[in-house]
Design a protein around this ligand. Structure first.
Ligand code: FAD
Length: 498
């Protein structure tokens, strides 16, 4: 599951480092640049926004409070992300929680959860005990049917996981005679958390990727929170690492157009930035989300199968909410699956995240999904709808009319196109890191890699893209004829569209 990061470090240093332009300063772009400097090349990251992080971006308001694009957790089953933290020497910023999965019980007292408690036993025993000992979510016949359904995933691993890409979660359950109650009790919450859509839409592959890692790895399902703003605590160290080794990370530089050469391969000639500057390099890596890449795909590339297939992928809407209360709620220090119609997962960040800790007030961070029908609603309407659900999740402490705990501040981030919508049949549309264009590569959580569209997937995609660039250079050096990234030469740029 892990790309060999040592491979890049051990490659012979290039005689002339490639200048590689990486478009997008999210985790995929920063990971690409990090691994390119490890291989001795010179990346320049171009990020459109004033801050790094993309879907993990976070910023401070005038009170100094942080607003995050999304509530993010890391899992023990994120080998590439954990290696990255080690390499950056910031592993102590991951705050590991007790090895449990907590599902809220709407209508019951706040601290009453359905708990999957993973004992200190090797996998898959710990998962088996966690499932069998959780008595209030699934009946014995339900557990047995589900357990039998998951045996092929455990025995055949990734092969089986990939073979279930074409069915939805709902269909997979029905085909195995697993009662609807199991979907409603467990997989509705999991689908919303993993893909921001319901089990009637989400590809079963997505759930199996996660469950398979949880069954295979003792700490696979263990959750960690970063200790503060991902932009400050993860992206900044990445930028420092890249720049200390000859790379450059620029912000506020949206790429407006990909300029192509009039050669047989329609290769990239340069990137036109908003404002008119043209940036050129030896190779180019896309690390923008798929929706942005689709818009910027140059005309001559659109007929190619690689880019045509990608047209099917599109980002799914999601929202991230922050509610500051005037008091401490009786919450716990972990992630909670809300099991409520509007919300997906939530956490009291005043407990779960050291950087946002408070002894006096709670700050709930909540993911609202599926979010499509709420995207056009006003902030007030969304707050009202959320408060109605919180009333059921915190029956003794929250009333929708604010008569108990009062909201002192509310912020909301709408992401109209977040991770690609993981419907059945989308896998074939995901682009490989190497593209048919000789000097163009593709990273991003949507690009082909065996993790979900996740932070782990984005980081791995960056490693794979860096490897593809570095390998093409090695090939070019060893056999000039088969050069993939050809040594820079003067080509005629295609005239820019009016
Ligand atoms: P992005 O982060 O989208 O980065 C792309 C970058 O490209 C952006 O910075 C963007 O500004 C830039 N860009 C776009 N257009 C241009 C242009 N024209 N020129 C230059 N730059 C451009 N994952 C987990 O693993 N665990 C979680 O708990 C989790 N929770 C999530 C919760 C929410 C609400 C959301 C939205 C996502 C969550 N994810 C989670 C998913 C995770 O955030 C993403 O999979 C990952 O961050 C994607 O990284 P990326 O670099 O591929 O894309």
């Amino acid at each position: 599951a892990q790309a060999n990061v040592e491979y890049l470090k051990k490659l012979a240093r290039p005689d002339k480092p490639l200048q590689v332009i990486v478009v997008g300063g999210g985790l995929a772009g920063l990971s690409t640049a990090k691994h390119l400097v490890d291989a001795g090349h010179r990346p320049i990251v171009l990020e459109a926004r004033s801050l790094l992080g993309g879907k993990v971006a976070a910023w401070r308001d005038t009170d100094g409070d942080v607003t995050e694009t999304g509530l993010h957790v890391f899992f023990g089953a994120y080998p590439n992300a954990l290696t990255l933290f080690d390499e950056l020497k910031i592993a102590d910023r991951l705050q590991w929680k007790p090895h449990q999965m907590l599902f809220a019980k709407p209508g019951r007292p706040t601290r009453e959860f359905s708990v999957f408690d993973f004992p200190p036993l090797p996998a898959p025993l710990n998962a088996a005990v966690a499932i069998l000992s959780c008595t209030d979510m699934l009946t014995w016949p339900e557990k047995i049917r589900l357990g039998i359904g998951l045996i092929p995933a455990y025995l055949q691993g990734q092969t089986y996981v990939e073979s279930q890409e074409h069915v939805t979660v709902q269909q997979w359950m029905e085909q195995r005679g697993i009662p609807q109650s199991v979907t409603d009790e467990v997989f509705l919450a999991m689908s919303k958390a993993l893909g921001f859509i319901g089990p009637e839409q989400l590809s079963m592959q997505c759930v199996l990727i996660a469950l398979n890692r949880f069954l295979q790895e003792t700490n696979g399902s263990r959750i960690a929170f970063l200790d503060g703003s991902p932009t400050e605590r993860l992206c900044e160290p990445l930028k420092e690492y890249i720049e200390a080794r000859g790379g450059l990370v620029r912000t506020n530089v949206p790429v407006k157009r990909i300029l192509t050469n009039l050669d047989e391969n329609d290769s990239v000639a340069g990137l036109l930035l908003k404002g008119g500057e043209v940036v050129s390099g030896d190779a180019y890596v896309n690390a923008m989300p798929v929706d942005a890449l689709k818009k910027l795909t140059p005309e001559p590339w659109r007929k190619m199968e690689y880019f045509q297939r990608m047209q099917k992928l599109r980002g799914v809407p999601v929202m991230n909410l922050h509610l500051w209360f005037d008091r401490k709620l009786s919450t716990v220090d972990n992630l909670i699956f809300s099991r409520s119609p509007l919300l997906s997962v939530y956490a009291d960040m005043s407990e779960a995240c050291e950087g946002y800790a408070s002894k006096h007030v709670s700050m709930l961070e909540l993911v609202l999904a599926p979010a499509a029908k709420y995207m056009t609603k006003s902030d007030d309407e969304i707050l009202q709808a959320t408060m109605l659900e919180l009333e059921r999740l915190f029956p003794q402490e929250i009333k929708a009319d604010g008569s108990l705990a009062a909201v002192t501040k509310f912020t909301l981030v709408r992401t109209p196109t977040s991770v690609y919508e993981t419907l059945p049949g989308m896998e074939a549309a995901r682009p490989t890191q190497k593209s048919p264009i000789s000097n163009f590569f593709c990273a991003g959580d949507f690009s082909s890699q065996k993790y979900l569209a996740s932070m782990e997937g984005a980081i791995l995609s960056g490693q794979l893209a860096a490897k593809a660039v570095a390998d093409s250079y090695v090939n070019a050096a060893s056999n000039d004829q088969s050069a993939v990234v050809a040594p820079p030469r003067q080509l005629t740029p295609r005239p820019a569209d009016p």
